[in-house]
Ligand binder design. Structure first.
Ligand code: GAP
Length: 516
């Protein structure tokens, strides 16, 4: 299966099994908006809990808040979003399709990079053991030509973006001979700036002064509460404020399922530090956040850092943690050193003094900020895409054929265990329900007595349940059950009395937290 086919299959699987549905589907859906179903919301909640516990519970100097989505409109002037939260967009006059100019260029660069990778692979096959990749890349004319082009396009693009040179961006698209993927033509409009914030009106009077915005990031709710939290919590710099919540952006290029949505959820933490110490903390959080990802267990090879080519208006250093999605390495989380831009501007725009008096140095200052910002939905997508597997079953005692299994790490799996009486009679359902009653307070369980045991295993595999507990006739005699593990399909017979401890050891979130 190609990565593209895998991605389509995954989207269908998410819908079929109650993970993710298109929003308001009975009205044909709403572009780039999705609803989480019964299993998707469990998975999302587990991810959020993992993040919250890792940030707030495990760090004595980080506290969590929950600020409102609506904020005073001046907030967004101070943050720079009214003036600078824009994407450069371009339309193709023939297809009438709209694109982000920088995305068109990045896709063009990605194609050139792919061409070079193919050249390298071809040569590797041809030359076998004796292949010297570095020498090949330094001498092959095709690879050299593409590499030069990549360099040129990237340098020009970054300069145009930094200088807000919209005509330059258009010229670069034309010079690179980029065509619209729909019409196949190069009939492009001018490039225009498009603000991504959604507006709405507060109260019943529709005047300009009542225009408010749906927050495009949760971070500002933290900045405006800096003094409230610092004073009431008696926090000492360095300290952090964490928050999980919805954010809204009127994305132009909204595709790739839940990767880029118009309504999404962020988990953000602002870490307030002494001016001059921000680079030390930037390094600290870059490492700590990667470790959080690695502890999930999806393989170090699937993550990489990507330093920003163009720094946002508030940053003096920034990088992304990228994940290897089915459509390539893309941003999953951003780590930004935001200087004193936000607190300083809120001080200016609100007229309220936002300063911290440092008892160690006996001086007052505006703290600098290092931010970690991760999308909940992108993390859901990363986990589901990595988990989705189709495989041929060769295990004794299991029905043959193929199975779809979601290998979601057990501590994050939506359902932790399925309780399955072998047959629907002879007192087995009653025994099974006894076990359910004992375990349901600590684990999300499903009870299922319908269909053959093989079919029930398959249903649980398809939703990523790590353990199936089967109650058979022997259970009535010696109070033991079989525990089947999802990935290996291995079964072990264990006393009912030891189930709770066994499951705690294998599925609890602290397994991930202890790796941090
Ligand atoms: N406060 C900084 C900030 O918002 P960002 O890089 O624009 O930075 C942070 O966003 C994270 O939020 C991204 O790494 C991504 O995971 C997530 N995110 C951003 N836009 C998104 C969208 N349209 N749909 C889903 N997730 C998004």
């Amino acid at each position: 299966m190609t990565q593209e086919e895998l991605f389509k299959t995954l989207i269908a699987h998410c819908k079929e099994y109650g993970f993710i549905f298109p929003s308001s589907e009975i009205y044909d859906g709403l572009s780039a908006v999705y609803d989480y179903g019964q299993l998707g919301s469990e998975l999302k909640n587990n991810i959020k809990r993992y993040w919250w516990e890792a940030m707030v519970r495990l760090n004595e100097n980080i506290v969590g808040i929950d600020a409102a989505i609506f904020m005073h409109p001046r907030t967004w002037e101070a943050s720079g979003h009214v003036g600078a939260f824009n994407d450069p967009l371009i339309d193709n006059k023939d297809s009438k399709k709209r694109y982000r100019a920088d995305v068109l260029l990045e896709e063009y660069i990605a194609k050139l990079e792919e061409k070079n990778s193919k050249e390298v692979e071809k040569a590797r096959k041809k030359f076998g053991e004796s292949f010297d990749e570095q020498k090949f890349c330094e001498t092959n004319p095709n690879v050299l030509r593409n590499a030069k082009k990549i360099d040129e396009v990237r340098t020009r693009m970054v300069k145009c973006l930094n200088d807000s040179d919209l005509e330059g961006l258009r010229q670069l698209i034309i010079d690179s001979e980029i065509v619209c993927p729909i019409s196949g033509t190069r009939n492009w409009t001018e490039v225009r700036q498009f603000n991504l914030m959604f507006e709405t009106k507060l109260g019943s009077v529709s005047e300009e002064a009542n225009t408010i915005y749906l927050r495009p990031e949760t971070a500002q709710g933290i900045f405006v509460n800096f003094l409230n939290v610092q004073k009431t919590g008696r926090m000492k710099v360095p300290f952090g404020i964490a928050q999980i919540g919805k954010a809204f952006r009127n994305e132009i290029v909204a595709r790739q399922f839940i990767f880029r949505m118009r309504e999404f959820e962020q988990m953000e933490m602002q870490f307030f530090v002494r001016p001059g110490e921000e680079m030390k903390w930037y390094e600290h959080w870059r490492n700590a956040r990667l470790q959080w990802h690695l502890a999930i267990g999806m393989g170090a090879e699937n993550y990489r850092y990507h330093p920003h080519d163009k720094l946002a208006h508030y940053a003096n250093a920034a990088c992304d943690i990228e994940f290897n999605f089915p459509f390539g390495f893309k941003e999953l989380e951003g780590i930004h050193s935001r200087t004193d831009f936000d607190l300083g501007n809120h001080q200016k725009f609100s007229g309220k003094k936002i300063q911290y008096f440092d008892p160690e140095t006996n001086e007052g200052y505006t703290p600098y900020v290092v931010e970690t910002s991760i999308g909940v939905d992108r993390t859901v997508l990363a986990i589901l895409a990595h988990a989705y597997t189709e495989e041929v079953v060769q295990k004794d005692g299991e029905e043959g054929g193929t199975r779809v299994v979601l290998r979601i790490p057990a501590p994050l799996a939506p359902v932790k265990l399925a309780i399955l009486p072998l047959v629907k009679k002879d007192g087995l359902p009653e025994k099974a329900r006894e076990i359910l009653t004992a375990l349901k307070f600590d684990f999300n369980c499903q009870y299922d007595e319908k269909d053959s045991i093989g079919k029930r295993y398959r249903r649980q595999d398809a939703i990523g349940t790590p353990y199936c507990i089967t109650i058979d006739h022997q259970s009535l005699q010696d109070n033991t059950v079989t525990v089947r593990e999802r990935d290996t399909m291995q079964q072990e017979r264990v006393p009912i009395a030891s189930l709770h401890a066994l499951l705690t050891e294998r599925v609890s979130l602290s397994n991930l937290l202890r790796k941090l």
